[in-house]
Design a protein around this ligand. Structure first.
Ligand code: ZN
Ligand code: ZN
Ligand code: FE
Length: 764
């Protein structure tokens, strides 16, 4: 009998790993012990060589669903074998600091919930070691029941027996519960009175079927739900939520139902039915749903049920539900019962609530199949706070806190080469979101016992996150590192691919707006990025934004500024006096615009791809007078272009390391005058922009010979543009890195900032 010690690294704590080890060792007749320590799981094994080899082989094969084994290190062990095999208490200092991400209901739990003979039949809070709420219910570490909102529910003897039995699927399942002892569900009227004498699920289904709007408390927040095929209900929900034009998310019963309304491929199927269960944005096709679900869009965002509560609701409904976050317009999603009564009372006809407290708001994550992969656009429930493993050379530096941006904000804790990126928090200009950002920063710092030794922020002095980072660095007396916005976008992409960020890459950042290194606004950038350093090689021609932030809200201002700069408004007016666009613009205060543009007063120049999209969209009459949210013009333009066949792109001009749009505007106006369809114009614009990007990047690649081209920035959420660029570069044999697990929009900024700060050290 020989012994050996195995060290197992990866996501192996809080996911049922030790019981798997225990079962496997016993099945193979091995003796020894297993425990958690700061670095993962340690196993001591005694037995024959053949049995130990079989153990290692089987371990990765039989690892529990939520585990991720990164490495197994084996070394010989002296000493005497214990009797049998045991799970022993954790050792070492910083044990079990991680918190797992919330996971969709597993097939075993679902079977129990649907089985009339099971004691958990129709119990909406069923879960096990392989599934259920995690981050959403955690208050403190270590992750055990006393530190979660499940501490309010002492386990009944049956649940406790499961919890204590290593052979049971619910061994150490912290949120374990049953109808005897666990949380309960009820339906209440907007005024707060509970609807008595009914099965709350059955009653909720009946009301949904009748076209009512319900607030439904789920895992990471409260949704507003209604039938997705009932235009009256959906339009009414839109009206009550208030001035929100964004497409609504949908929940379908199963994949078959999703396939009735969209085009589904293998990758999308995997993402939809995965443990994170994100919303997946898919091309709409087949049966129509209510027009107000996604006005003007050619895509639909579907998710599948991810808690027993959702499964039970959906199983009783013949149609998908709208499942949009429970809030009014831009506020964060409600999580608390009292808050829901206060804020959603006027929106929902009834509230389906429960008494399991949500301690961390987790919005539904959003992913989109693009350029061969399903790429995350919003990283929250199911993904956060799972750490990202970075290049090993980044493991040495001091703990770094990165504060992120202003929109779609997240923050990032970087330590020991692992980056913990917070869930999507949202727009910090929204007072409640800003409160929550600060609350979450405190929570994460406590959960990870994290004391930053330096703080990384965006260059923009007005971002609330920058200002807070500055104050934090001062109060902790640690260095503050300012990172240029697009530099951070590119490093986030490089880092998530596990590459050494100090290896030179050509970064192409197509974005809304970010503070540039020269004090102007950037957003159409070709950067040579080498760790903490970057060089701006080429950029879009900067165009003034008349009125500054006003120009984001009123896109026609960008159209005017672009046309004024490219051709001169007087010429446009002379050449095309009868164009609807020209006549519309003539009604606007153009004298004021011209004065701002030419005197440079309140008209900051911006080399922004996002504003270019706005300008072109507005020229076609899409969100011309007012944009409902940032990027609305680009989304509308993409939808429009999707219906046209690919055609010849508009020309651009290159001069002085700038891409100029004069030829494009001239051709676009001629198309408008010729009555060319808007969808064809939109397609020609996409094609021309992609060609210009590919051509520029290929030339720069040939000159600078970087290891790869890395893409970043919110404008790449455009599938048409992203695929045209990746295909164009790929066909020239250039390796392209595209963000996948971390959003290409500002949701990924914090990661890039943290990496820039880490490289600043590694350089010395
Ligand atoms: Zn389960
Ligand atoms: Zn129980
Ligand atoms: Fe950005």
């Amino acid at each position: 009998m020989n012994g050996e010690r195995l060290r197992i690294r990866g996501l192996v704590q809080g996911v049922g790993f030790r019981p798997t080890v225990w079962r496997l060792a016993r099945a193979l007749g091995l003796s020894g012990r297993v425990w958690n320590d700061a670095a993962g799981v340690v196993v001591e094994l005694w037995g024959t060589r053949a049995a130990r080899d079989a153990f290692v082989r089987e371990l990765s094969r039989q690892a529990p669903p939520l585990a991720r084994v990164d490495a197994v290190e084996r070394c010989p062990l002296a000493g005497v074998s214990p009797e049998g095999f045991h799970i022993v208490p954790s050792r070492g200092g910083k044990v079990a600091t991680g918190v797992p991400a919330d996971a969709a209901t597993c097939p075993d739990c679902l079977r129990e919930v649907m089985d009339p003979a099971d004691r958990r039949y129709r119990y909406p809070f069923t879960n096990c070691t392989h599934c259920g709420p995690r981050l959403s219910i955690v208050r403190a570490i270590p992750y055990d029941r006393a530190n979660t909102s499940m501490d309010a529910f002492p386990m009944c003897p049956s649940c406790l027996a499961e919890y204590e039995d290593p052979a049971d699927r619910r061994f150490h399942a912290q949120p374990n519960a049953c109808p005897e002892c666990g949380p309960r569900l009820w339906l209440e009227a907007p005024a707060g009175q509970v609807v008595d004498g009914v099965d709350p699920l059955e009653e909720a289904v009946a009301r949904l079927l009748a076209g009512r709007i319900l607030a439904v408390k789920g895992v990471g927040g409260i949704h507003l739900a209604c039938r997705a095929d009932d235009e009256n209900a959906v339009a009414e929900l839109r009206r009550r939520k208030g001035r929100d034009h964004k497409p609504f998310a949908l929940m379908a019963r199963d994949l078959e139902q999703v396939a009735r309304y969209t085009v589904l491929d293998e990758r999308a199927v995997q993402a939809l039915s995965g443990r994170a269960a994100p919303i997946v944005v898919l091309p709409a096709s087949g049966e129509p749903l209510a027009p107000s679900v996604a006005p003007g869009q050619t895509t639909l965002g579907f998710m599948l049920p991810y808690s027993p509560l959702h499964h039970l609701l959906m199983a009783a409904l013949p149609v998908p539900l709208v499942m949009t976050s429970g809030n009014r317009s831009e506020q964060p999603q409600c999580v608390d019962n009292e808050e829901a009564r206060r804020r959603l009372g006027g929106v929902a006809d009834a509230l389906l609530l429960h008494d399991r407290e949500i301690l961390t708001r987790l919005d539904d994550s959003v992913a989109r199949p693009m350029a061969g992969r399903v790429r995350l656009l919003r990283r929250a429930r199911g993904y956060a706070p799972e750490p990202l493993t970075l290049h090993p050379d980044l493991a040495g530096g001091p703990p770094t806190l990165a504060m992120g941006g202003a929109l779609k904000s997240t923050f990032c804790l970087l330590e020991d080469g692992e980056a913990v990126l917070s869930q999507h928090l949202g727009d910090l200009e929204e007072a409640e979101t800003w409160q929550e950002y600060q609350r979450m920063l405190d929570r994460y710092r406590r959960l990870y016992r994290f004391t930053p030794r330096r703080v990384a922020v965006d260059l923009h002095p007005d971002y609330l996150s920058t200002q807070l980072g500055r104050r934090l660095a001062e109060s902790l007396s640690v260095p503050l590192i300012e990172v240029q916005h697009h530099h951070a976008h590119i490093l986030a992409c490089v880092a998530e691919h596990g590459r050494d960020p100090r290896e030179p890459v050509l970064g192409v950042a197509l974005d809304g707006l970010g503070m540039g290194g020269d004090g102007t606004l950037w957003g159409g950038e070709f950067l040579l990025v080498e760790g903490a350093r970057f060089l701006r090689l080429v950029a879009f021609d900067p165009v003034p934004m008349p009125g500054g932030v006003q120009a984001v809200r009123e896109p026609w201002r960008n159209t005017f500024a672009h046309l004024e700069r490219a051709l001169g408004w007087e010429k446009v007016r002379r050449d095309h006096p009868d164009l609807e666009l020209v006549r519309w613009m003539e009604e606007q205060p153009l004298g004021l615009m011209r004065a701002m543009v030419h005197q440079g007063v309140n008209a900051p120049p911006a080399s922004s791809a996002g504003r270019l999209f706005d300008a072109v969209a507005a020229a076609l009459g899409l969100w011309r007078a007012r944009a409902p949210y940032e990027g609305a013009g680009a989304m509308a333009l993409e939808s429009l272009a999707a219906s046209a066949t690919s055609t010849q792109g508009y020309p651009v001009a290159f001069a002085d390391d700038r891409i100029h749009w004069k030829p494009m505007w001239r051709a676009l106006l001629a198309d408008l005058a010729d009555g060319v369809s808007p969808s064809r114009i939109a397609a020609r614009f996409h094609r021309g922009l992609a060609d210009a990007v590919v051509e520029t990047a290929s030339e720069l690649h040939a000159i600078h010979r970087p290891a790869a081209v890395a893409l970043g920035g919110g404008v790449f959420q455009n599938k048409l543009l992203l695929e045209a660029v990746t295909e164009g570069l790929g066909s020239r044999g250039i390796q392209v890195l595209v963000p996948e697990r971390v959003p290409m929009n500002d949701g990924g900024l914090a990661l890039g900032q943290a990496v820039a700060a880490a490289c600043a050290d590694a350089r010395d």
